[in-house]
Ligand binder design. Structure first.
Ligand SMILES: *[C@@H]1O[C@H](CO)[C@@H](O)[C@H](O)[C@H]1NC(C)=O
Ligand SMILES: *[C@@H]1O[C@H](CO)[C@@H](O)[C@H](O)[C@H]1NC(C)=O
Ligand SMILES: *[C@@H]1O[C@H](CO)[C@@H](O)[C@H](O)[C@H]1NC(C)=O
Ligand SMILES: *[C@@H]1O[C@H](CO)[C@@H](O)[C@H](O)[C@H]1NC(C)=O
Length: 394
């Protein structure tokens, strides 16, 4: 009898220990029929990267079928590939193709982990998809930006970057597998790391069955991972939306921005997630950049793609299995700078961005603390009673 109880105490403690040593607890899942809950649709022209697109509002997106859940239960977020666009009649006329920009209602501070499982990324000449975070509380880039997935035209690899005001750099020789192209995060292009693993973007990404991207915002730095489908770590493959997540088997990240050269707590207050597809614009349409991967009749991103037949955009869609977010159990020290969001709209915030700003949950250390408390108070009570019981038996 005594032996049996000691054994069960042992198992209970082992179980509790495994919970206590878990790295991240689930916060939010966007998946399946409810994928589009918790995002604001931009509902405006692209006035941040000047692509030739209009980002539809939610009713428009539904009517036009640019966001939906497919038969496999995955979210599809696409560019209009059914309309033939005529050239502008007069100089100065705006001709835009419809697309989608989603902004998360929730915000994520240091201590957060975000995982996105994607089957297909938009690609092709003029196409510029991105999945990124930014702090909306100040004028860009004063509250930071993390580019997790980004590429243009016929690029074959993903590009990761941070954007900040002056003073944040990528430290030399960071523990990463990717190739650093720029170390100063305050430059126009940000501090960039090019992915070196195969199939991180374009047709190769889709043909390999897609893959998983993850970003960890830790007090020690910001880290981004990519795995093509065959290489996705087992604990991500098998996780359900309610499982805790450990990073211990993930290996080296593709991009690492250690705190030694960038005080990430200072530069990255709570961030909204953004998922979009632009066309042409400030990066993809720059003539020598465009022509470096796209050989089209006139060499113009806009005239050779956005106009005319819609079939250019048959591959310009996201198919996303889920976006899952987590928070760290190893709580960072609560910091007041990351615990509040200004309600004053900023220049870079649209009306729908502004609604995202005022109604979302902010995942900061204090929010985590109350969440952890509510989630684990029962566990702690159990732990306490187990410890008390074991004291009697030992
Ligand atoms: C396409 O976008 C570029 C860059 O913003 C802009 O200069 C051009 O006028 C746009 N073209 C049309 C027809 O809207
Ligand atoms: C990093 O930034 C935080 C928040 O602004 C600040 O409290 C902290 O002192 C900074 N750390 C260093 C090493 O400068
Ligand atoms: C548009 O793209 C989708 C994939 O997103 C494809 O299934 C469809 O055949 C394409 N063409 C038309 C005319 O819808
Ligand atoms: C983009 O347009 C929206 C709606 O007009 C506006 O609220 C927002 O301030 C604009 N953003 C920028 C960066 O100009």
């Amino acid at each position: 009898m005594q032996r049996l109880q000691r054994l069960s105490v042992f198992y209970a403690l082992t179980y509790l220990l495994s919970i206590v040593s878990a790295d991240y607890l689930p916060f939010r899942e966007h998946a399946g029929a409810s994928f589009f809950d918790g995002w604001a649709y931009y509902g405006n022209v692209d006035n941040t990267t000047w692509g030739n697109v209009t980002y539809l509002d939610q009713p428009g997106a539904q009517t036009k079928g640019l966001t939906f859940i497919n038969a496999a239960g995955n979210a599809v977020i696409k560019v209009d590939n059914t309309s033939t666009l005529a050239p502008p009649l007069a100089q100065g006329d705006v001709v835009n193709r419809d697309s989608i920009r989603l902004t998360s209602i929730d915000t994520y501070g240091i201590g957060s982990l975000i995982i996105i499982d994607v089957l297909h990324l938009p690609y092709g000449c003029s196409v510029w998809p991105s999945f990124w975070t930014y702090g909306m509380q100040e004028e860009w880039p004063n509250a930071g930006e993390i580019d997790i997935i980004e590429g243009i035209n016929n690029m074959q690899h993903n590009q990761i970057a941070l954007h900040t005001p002056t003073g944040c750099f990528q430290a030399p020789n960071p523990p990463q597998s990717g190739t650093t192209l720029e170390t100063d995060c305050s430059t126009d292009r940000g501090c960039i790391v090019a992915e070196t693993k195969p199939n991180s973007f374009g047709p190769g990404f889709a043909q390999a069955g897609g893959g998983v991207y993850a970003v960890q915002m830790d007090t020690s730095g910001i880290y981004v991972w990519f795995w093509s489908r065959p290489d996705v770590p087992m604990n991500i493959q098998t996780a359900t939306s309610t499982d805790k997540m450990s990073l211990s088997t993930w290996g080296m990240p593709s991009a690492a921005y250690p705190v030694s050269a960038c005080n990430v707590t200072q530069y990255f207050p709570p961030q909204n997630l953004v998922l979009l597809t632009s066309l042409c614009g400030a990066w993809a349409a720059v003539p020598d950049i465009y022509q470096s991967t796209c050989k089209t009749p006139t060499g113009s991103c806009f005239f050779d793609n956005v106009l005319g037949p819609p079939s250019n955009f048959d591959e310009a869609y996201w198919e996303v299995k889920y976006v899952r977010t987590y928070f760290s159990e190893d709580l960072p020290r609560p910091s007041s700078s990351s615990s509040s969001i200004s309600s004053t709209p900023t220049a870079s915030a649209t009306q729908s961005d502004a609604s995202a700003k005022s109604s979302g949950k902010t995942l900061t250390s204090s929010a985590m603390l109350s969440y952890i408390f509510s989630e684990t108070s029962a566990t702690l009570t159990l732990l306490f009673s187990v410890v008390v019981t074991s004291m009697f038996w030992v």
